[in-house]
Design a protein. Structure first.
Length: 208
């Protein structure tokens, strides 16, 4: 179940990505692209929430934010900056319109109240492990790739391209993206998904 904040975050990112992918060619294409992005993100999020439910974990999806810059702790902004909103626009401009950056959302995971009580006793530690975080993030990537295959089989090529691109950019192991969570949770799993995502991205160039 999405919270109001999560819904707004997904909607904002869908609009931003809809703009950069369609370049606001016309209203119909923009709305169609935005809708497709929204659907892809919902599918990805639903998979993570389902995995989180299985692991007794609450998942909160949010816009990618940054406060600290570079490696020096003293170089940081006063407040968190929603980089997920600006990064796609900046990359689109720098790449002269060639790259549609799609790693804009991250998620936090926290153990449910009864998680520790059921598994380890009422006063036990119930933090979500890196491995569990990795599996949750991986579930989103796997389902997104499978959704791309389904979209291709029913003739929705644009939806296929968006799904595969979304899976690829989010598998990059940096910052707080899904790729980083998978990498530090299970590097073998990350390697497998990275190869599959790369193959999928290359395949999009063959989809007319």
């Amino acid at each position: 179940m999405l919270t109001r904040k999560e819904f707004l975050s997904i909607l904002i990112i869908s609009i931003v990505l809809g703009v950069i992918i369609s370049l606001v060619e016309n209203e119909i294409i923009f709305l169609k692209t935005t809708l497709f992005v929204f659907i892809v993100i919902l599918v990805n999020t639903a998979a993570k929430k389902a995995a989180g439910f299985y692991l007794d974990t609450d998942i909160e999806v949010k816009i990618w934010e940054m406060k600290q810059f570079w490696v020096q702790k003293h170089i940081h902004a006063k407040n968190y900056i929603p980089v997920g909103i600006f990064a796609p626009l900046i990359v689109k401009f720098i790449s002269i319109g060639l790259i549609n950056w799609m790693a804009c959302l991250t998620f936090d995971a926290s153990g449910k109240v009864y998680r520790a009580a059921r598994r380890h006793g009422i006063y036990s530690f119930s933090e979500v492990s890196e491995e569990e975080m990795g599996w949750i993030a991986a579930s989103g990537t796997v389902v997104t790739i499978l959704f791309a295959v389904l979209a291709y089989l029913i003739g929705q090529e644009t939806l296929t391209k968006i799904s595969l691109a979304y899976a690829f950019f989010n598998i990059i192991p940096a910052f707080d993206w899904d790729g980083a969570k998978i990498f530090f949770g299970n590097v073998t799993l990350w390697s497998f998904l990275a190869v599959i995502s790369l193959i999928g991205l290359v395949a999009t160039f063959a989809i007319i």
